[in-house]
Design a protein around this ligand. Structure first.
Ligand code: HEM
Length: 536
């Protein structure tokens, strides 16, 4: 009985009572249950002779080892996870939460829902340093009584692009060159130079906000716009944000990050694990921003545009509960590597908005997980809901059990049926039924406004954050050829004239041989530019 309470069909009796003579709980066996008397020597013809093909224990052991890796996540490959709980406040700000959503996990003050969180970096591979400049992933699985809800977010509140069609190109440009297999900032900026909507996100990522000090001291955000639906089927638009409580927020300069990286590739994983082992449990408050459902022509941006912040002055953060992470995984691979989160995984009372990026994501996650983990990835304990599951989905690779209901005929794996099959659930409230009338088109949204918020963000930064931003951008752009540099400077100038001017001046200085701000990364940028013959 290894699964979430469901035993393997057809295996009766208690497994624990059957033992070979002298066998105890800690006796080594193979996966067939054979006690292993020799785990040191393979079977050979004489003690120096050739081995035989019937070395069953050896062949099983080595061939399982040969298959220990699964494909790593195509993005967010490097991560760390922890278990904990979410505790609802029963209110959204000062109002009863039921006014906006009927989702059960939020309704009663003090109600706890178990959670599993996986934090990650985005672009680099499974064993890359955790100090690299990159957004950070912040994915939470809530095991609610209505099934799972995954809030798959990042630390930053916005994203590079607003159309999912661009995602594979974006990721390719951020990844190593397909010929040389090393990272070249020119590839990234070549893509960004054709993607003006990314200017705001670039402004965050190249500032200290692009290197959170660790996973505990960072914020989280759902980024995309979702909906909340109440019992009458009425919807509002919501954005979700995680605010760190007692541990606070901390970011690193490029120089600080490089100091850590020289000694430790896993500082964020280690920090999270050790804090939890010490009993210093990190906590975040979940806040929402709420906006009535609609186009909001009075705003200078579209509320469905994930490259935009909803400013907190007009759309305050309303707390709905808090999360505590208080337990480390027992096994990294089983719980963290095989965890599968997706934006399609919502519960009653939560809904999608028409945010195009969100809709593209929603296809992508479970699609990749069927490839990365396997057809039956939802039967793994970390992904299975902690509640009744009864489906007519059957078979496929690695079927672990039949998710059949008590009382369901084993013959009836279809619905509808008059013969002891499964029946549909009762609706829990009125459906939210948005109406549409428009042409099917390939068009971008009207209010793109790509630069204004980037300028606001630039001006809100503290001086040291602006200095870092300029130094980091200059270091990366030094490697880029003139048309790419020029386009980026145009974008920064449209965001804020000073921003563009400082990047241009920094590049001119760097070209004249004085690496900007003397930062280590600027020196590396200059060296790389030199090697690649891209010095102007
Ligand atoms: C992971 C696709 C945008 C946050 C992934 C994975 C894919 C993916 C394929 C790997 C999942 C797995 O192997 O289990 C996309 C696409 C996007 C997009 C197509 C846009 C069209 C975003 C955005 C965010 C985000 C905007 C932040 C709000 C994450 C996180 C993970 C992830 C946190 C890691 C989940 C984990 O820890 O397992 N994404 N993504 N992604 N994505 Fe996205």
């Amino acid at each position: 009985n290894h699964s979430n309470g469901t035993s393997v069909e057809g295996v009766g009796g208690s497994l624990d009572e059957r033992r070979s003579p002298g066998e105890t709980d800690t006796t080594l066996t193979d996966r067939q249950g054979h006690p292993i008397a020799d785990n040191q020597n393979i079977r050979t013809v004489g003690n120096r002779g050739p081995s035989t093909l019937e070395n069953y224990h050896f062949i099983e052991k080595i061939s399982h080892f040969d298959r220990e890796r699964i494909p790593e996540r195509v993005v967010h490959a490097r991560g760390a996870g922890a278990h904990g709980y979410f505790e609802a406040y029963g209110k959204v700000g000062d109002e009863p939460v039921a006014r906006y959503t009927r989702a059960k996990l939020f309704q009663e003050a003090g109600k706890r829902t178990p959670v599993f969180v996986r934090f990650s970096t985005v672009v680099h591979g499974g064993h890359s340093p955790e100090t690299l400049r990159d957004p950070r992933g912040f994915a939470t699985k809530f095991y609610t009584e209505d099934g799972n809800w995954d809030l798959v977010g990042n630390n930053l509140k916005i994203f590079f692009i607003r159309d999912p069609l661009k995602f594979p190109d974006m990721v390719h440009s951020f990844r190593p060159d397909p010929v040389t297999n090393f990272n070249d900032p020119e590839r990234m900026f070549d893509f960004l130079a054709g993607t003006p909507e990314a200017t705001h996100m670039v402004t965050f990522v190249f500032s200290p906000w692009g290197i959170p000090a660790n996973y505990r001291q960072m914020q989280g955000s759902g980024v995309n716009t979702y909906k909340w639906v109440n019992a009458n089927g009425e919807a509002v638009l919501v954005k979700y944000h995680w605010e760190p409580l007692k541990q606070g927020i901390k970011n690193l300069t490029q120089h600080e990050a490089e100091g850590i990286q020289a000694k430790n590739y896993s500082h964020a994983t280690q920090d999270l694990y050790e804090a939890i082992e010490r009993g210093e449990f990190p906590e975040w408050e979940l806040c929402v921003q709420i906006l009535s459902d609609g186009e909001h022509p009075e705003l200078d941006f579209d509320p469905l545009d994930p490259t935009k912040l909803w400013d907190q002055e007009h759309f305050p953060f309303l707390p709905v509960g808090k999360m505590v992470l208080d337990r480390n995984p027992e096994n990294y691979f089983a719980e963290v590597e095989q965890a599968a989160f997706g934006t399609g995984v919502l519960v009653d009372g939560l809904d999608f908005s028409d945010d195009k990026l969100l809709q593209g994501r929603t296809f992508s996650y479970s699609d990749t997980q069927r490839h990365r983990v396997g057809t039956n990835y939802l039967q793994l304990p970390i992904n299975a809901p902690k509640k009744h599951v009864a489906t007519n989905q059957r078979d496929g690779q690695m079927t672990y059990y039949v998710d059949r209901a008590e009382g369901q005929s084993p013959h009836v794996n279809y619905e509808p049926s008059l013969l002891d099959g499964l029946t549909e659930a009762k609706p829990q409230g009125k459906d939210h039924e948005p109406a549409y009338q428009a042409k099917l088109v390939h068009h971008k949204i009207d209010r793109t406004n790509d630069f204004k918020q980037a300028g606001e963000t630039y001006r809100k930064f503290e001086n040291w954050e602006r200095d870092e931003l300029i130094g980091n951008l200059v270091a990366a752009l030094q490697v880029c050829r003139p048309p790419i540099r020029q386009r980026m400077i145009d974008y920064f100038t449209q965001a804020d004239p000073e921003y563009g001017r400082r990047v241009a001046e920094g590049l001119a200085q760097a070209d004249a041989g004085s690496p900007h701000l003397g930062s280590v990364s600027a020196q590396q940028g200059a060296d790389l530019a030199e090697r690649m013959g891209r010095r102007t």
